[in-house]
Design a protein around this ligand. Structure first.
Ligand code: SF4
Ligand code: FES
Length: 248
């Protein structure tokens, strides 16, 4: 496959950045999108040029590091797929593909396609955990969890913190991400002791990071590689209202 990549190049946070076109004449349909960037980077390095900076770790769709905007879509054209799990067979010979970093006020560009997603880490730090006493593991059946609640918690726990929801949202909102944490932990009996404190702290941290509000556009759930539903945002709003009333 012969492809043309138009890639956002930005030397650092202070640089204004620009799109630069690169020909990749030897792309294989079975390559992942990141492997395509690897091939391009090998060539740029051999030619003495600066390779394209992009974030990645697991390359298995589980760490959430690799997100870029491909032809205007967060993580590209395939539903429920991270950039590292997207393969070039989704594209056609001769395609021109635009590759850009997440664009959001709360995600500053570090370099090229890499952005600073540490705002999501700080939201988790504000309450995305369950406190436990130290000691041996509790007996597995000591806390029964009904199957529908276990399923809801698990579905929301699959959020990988990639930030595609923020990048896709016209408001740059992190509501889907935050709601996944709240719905995961607040649904479970293990999360009950910190239920109110958790949602209030997470929302406060989310607002402090400069993420926008939710206007029910729904772009977040469309872009989400794990299919976190808008229902989770409704749960977040209910949990927030309940906690706010309880605090007064
Ligand atoms: S909710 Fe989905 S899109 Fe947002 S951070 Fe989690 S996995 Fe990524
Ligand atoms: S590199 Fe880990 S999810 Fe893509």
């Amino acid at each position: 496959m012969k492809l043309t990549l138009r890639i956002w190049r930005q030397a650092g946070p202070a640089d204004s950045g620009r799109m630069v076109a690169y020909e990749v004449p030897d792309a294989n349909p079975d390559m992942s999108f990141l492997e395509l960037l690897d091939v391009l980077n090998e060539r740029l390095t051999l030619e003495g040029d600066d390779p394209v900076t992009f974030d990645h770790d697991c390359r298995e769709g589980i760490c959430g590091a690799c997100g870029v905007v491909i032809n205007g879509q967060a993580h590209g054209p395939r539903e429920r797929t991270t950039t590292c799990q997207l393969h070039m067979r989704e594209f056609s010979d001769g395609d021109v593909i635009d590759v850009e970093p997440w664009r959001s006020v709360a995600f500053g560009v570090v370099k090229d396609l890499m952005v600073d997603r540490s705002g999501l880490d700080r939201i988790i730090r504000a309450g995305g955990y369950v406190s436990v006493n130290t000691g041996s593991a509790p007996e597995a059946h000591a806390t029964p969890v009904p199957k529908p609640i276990a399923d809801t918690a698990f579905d929301n726990a699959t959020c990988i913190g990639c930030g595609a929801c923020v990048a896709a949202c016209p408001n740059g909102s992190a509501m889907l991400f935050t709601s996944a944490k709240v719905t995961h932990l607040n649904s479970l009996p293990q999360g009950a002791p910190e239920r109110s404190e958790r949602v209030l702290n997470l929302v406060e941290a989310m607002d402090a990071e400069g993420f926008g509000g939710c206007t029910n556009t729904g772009e977040c759930t469309n872009a989400c590689p794990k299919g976190i539903p808008l229902d989770s945002i409704a749960t977040l709003n209910r949990e927030y209202l309940r906690a706010s009333l309880g605090r007064k």
